[in-house]
Design a protein around this ligand. Structure first.
Ligand code: ZN
Length: 119
């Protein structure tokens, strides 16, 4: 049984949350005590720590465990899902940029004037 704990900060209050990675036999659990995490959602704390990111690291002495968690997750069955989430998030960002460009272009064309018939 392996047990790694990170204390994490809240963006909106002084509260600390506990992000815990537990390995029991060959099963890994990564839980967070924040409201979202407690309700089974992939909160930002779990998502960050699962990737070894220090975005929500509160206590420097816990930094040494980041790489270990990243390695454990990297070899686990959840890795593909995390990778896919990152890819889909990037795709959404690209789509948002294209949408913004289209909206800006449509606005400019409406000001400038456009053909009465389809081309
Ligand atoms: Zn959380």
């Amino acid at each position: 049984m392996k047990h790694i704990i990170f204390r994490s900060r809240s963006d909106s209050s002084d509260e600390e949350y506990l992000v815990e990675l537990q390995i029991d036999h060959s099963t890994v659990k990564l839980t967070c005590s924040c409201p979202a995490g407690s309700h089974g959602q992939l909160c930002k704390h779990r998502f960050a720590f699962a990737q070894g990111l220090d975005d929500y690291l509160l206590h420097e002495e816990e930094r040494a465990s980041l790489q270990e968690v990243k390695d454990i997750i990297g070899h686990s069955s959840i890795f593909e899902t995390i990778d896919q989430i990152n890819k889909e998030t990037a795709a959404i960002e690209q789509a948002k940029k294209r949408l913004k460009n289209l909206r800006n272009a449509a606005g400019r064309v409406m000001d400038k004037g456009f053909a009465l018939t389809k081309t």
